[in-house]
Design a protein around this ligand. Sequence first.
Ligand code: PLP
Length: 405
Amino acid sequence: MDSRTHDTRNGFPAGGPSGHRALATEAVHAGREDLVALGLHAPPLDLSTTYPSPDSRGEAARLDAFAADGAELVGPPVYGRLGNPTVARFETALARLEGTESAVAFASGMAALSAVLLARGALGLRHVVAVRPLYGCSDHLLTAGLLGSEVTWTDPAGIEEALRPDTGLVMVESPANPTLAEVDLRAVAHACGSIPLLVDNTFATPVLQRPVEQGARLVLHSATKYLGGHGDVMGGVVACDEELARRLRQVRFATGGVLHPLAGYLLLRGLATLPVRVRAASATAAELARRLAADPRIARVHYPRIGGAMVAFEVHGDPHAVIAGVRLITPAVSLGSVDTLIQHPASISHRIVDAEDRRGAGVSDRLLRLSVGLEDVEDLWADLERSLGAEQVGGDRRREEMAGR
Ligand SMILES: *Cc1c(COP(=O)(O)O)cnc(C)c1O
């Protein structure tokens, strides 16, 4: 038995494709291997938009090669939109954590998804099969066909039947935003046959789930969430094999949705603490889910089988009053930060989805989505408890505000 592939130290799966290092170790060291030789400790932040190219004949050959195959440029960088060394460190590290050959970073999660749709559409494969729920804007991008794609919505059991000769992509989220519904990735990957399966792994992170090990070909992250982890950087990334990565780099170069180098720097730094953050927040989330499930004011709690730091719950009373009532918890959209956030999907994250489609996907109007951070569980519970006292507390807060307190 290979002890490394069964390594459960810290409860994490073993490390990258080499199998040599555990995930927690890769999180700290991947993308930084050359630093000692460079005489550095912190990774360098390269903000250059352009670079000296004294040998233009040589540059012409390198650019021809990139246009032909999309492989990363060998040698010094040329221009910021073609690639950036700081961003490349983040890409290397994320690929290692997801167990893929490559990763391609973008300005946001939506820029990353857009690049995938454009890359597939450019091959004439504009049909997408997708399972609801997805993040609201992903649903909107597909439903509205903004990039020329056409979507067939189905449940996991219907995927095989929905495939067409022009299907270029199957897309699922698991656990899904915002209901935390899970799909059997292995079964879905099997149903896809040769069509690439894209799994949005934003909620699980590679700490809890590595979709490529279950047959996915593309793993998408809104890096804005857990990978950054501090609510101060927007980014997106697709982890995949090098063949798909080359197409994505070509699309990124041509359409410009690049990740800013400072964002790349912050995301690399975020990855170092990702396993610790996810593990700690997940323990708190599991406890809050347990307490919410026992609370008579709660109609239903959604907490994934694989765990994680997200909890969704449906209230008997007014969900808006709960949002208005929190004081420690921040009433805000987004997730994956060190502090706890709560939002009402039907009003914000999934507002752009047609109400009937939204409800059909299991997103009740009484559903609240909680992104659990690193605060003490008792302080969070006290705040939730108080806010579930609903209308009355919202009124108190408004009165306090009006009194200038
Ligand atoms: C936020 C989010 C996105 C979109 O990412 P941005 O970085 O906001 O563009 C995509 N998928 C999921 C699951 C998300 O939560």
